[in-house]
Design a protein around this ligand. Structure first.
Ligand SMILES: C[S@@+](CC[C@H](N)C(=O)[O-])C[C@H]1O[C@@H](n2cnc3c(N)ncnc32)[C@H](O)[C@@H]1O
Length: 273
């Protein structure tokens, strides 16, 4: 850090900012000597806006994704999901996989997959689906930013508006749908209110709070998956029994539900027989 940056950093810490965040803000805004922008950013952060939106981008696996209040801030659990998905694709050993990312948001999961596959010499095709056109705009922007090729962006409520020709052809469906109940949301950290509510809150289903979107995704997946296709779906830590039961009802035979790094039930892996 230069002396000028160091003194700005010290000023921000004195003002009560966390040291990591003060460093990120100085690195983001000070190199351009844009002190007005730095002060505006500090004001936004001090008003409670997530640091990711204030900075405007955030790392997700190998990508630096643009993020703003139109999309959920990608979470570390979803980075783990990408790792699980890469393992399943290796096991499937499909030359040029067709992947569908349901509820793509910033594009995090699908774009990270395609870009890491490309680094391994595998050319994948991605259908990135979201019902929010704002989210699709951000996902498109991230695909352009990282020169990710072979992506189609589709506005659809889950499988509703998908091209019928995709039925039975998708090798991998990945999804991180909303899975928090409306009442539960009210009790969570208010910082979550900066993110799009529709990305977090889901209706209840089958007596399970916040389970409707997860249930719809599991129920609909077999019709779109190839005969050996796999669904990998992130879910709430209270939904383990629910996702496994829903997957069996949908006809999946070989199902696992994995814990995240914090030890919470989180990632359903449902394989077609
Ligand atoms: C939890 S966020 C996940 C975003 C991104 N995949 C990630 O992991 O960071 C859920 C996403 O699902 C989208 N979504 C919510 N309901 C949907 C629906 N019925 N059909 C399609 N997408 C939906 C939201 O707009 C949001 O982008």
């Amino acid at each position: 850090m230069t002396d000028a940056k160091r003194s700005l950093f010290a000023e921000l810490v004195k003002d009560g900012l966390d040291e990591h965040e003060a460093r990120w803000l100085v690195e983001e805004f000070a190199p351009r000597q844009n002190l007005d922008a730095l002060r505006a950013a500090v004001t936004r952060r001090q008003a409670g806006e997530p640091i990711q939106y204030v900075i405007g981008h955030w790392p997700f696996r190998s990508l630096d994704l643009d993020v703003d209040p139109r999309v959920l801030i990608p979470r570390p659990e979803s980075e783990e999901l990408v790792g699980v998905a890469l393992g399943e694709l290796t096991r499937l050993d499909v030359g040029a996989p067709l992947i569908m990312d349901l509820g793509c948001g910033s594009g995090a999961i699908g774009l990270a997959l395609v870009s890491e596959l490309a680094q391994r010499g595998t050319v994948a095709t991605l259908i990135a689906v979201d019902e929010s056109s704002d989210a699709l705009d951000v996902a498109r922007q991230n695909a352009r930013k990282h020169l990710v090729k072979g992506v189609s962006f589709v506005r659809s409520s889950w499988y509703e508006n998908l091209d019928e020709s995709l039925r039975g052809r998708v090798d991998l469906i990945v999804a991180n749908p909303p899975y928090v109940g409306a009442d539960e949301f009210e009790g969570l950290d208010p910082v979550l209110r900066h993110e799009p509510r529709d990305a977090i809150v889901a209706k209840d289903a089958e007596d399970l709070v916040g389970f409707e979107d997860v249930a719809l995704i599991i129920e609909g997946a077999p019709a779109w998956l190839s005969p050996r296709g796999v669904l990998i779906c992130e879910h709430s830590n209270v939904h383990r029994d629910g996702v496994l039961a829903a997957a069996r009802t949908a006809g999946f035979v070989r199902c696992d539900d994995l814990d995240d790094m914090a030890g919470h039930p989180r990632i359903l892996v449902a394989r077609r027989p």
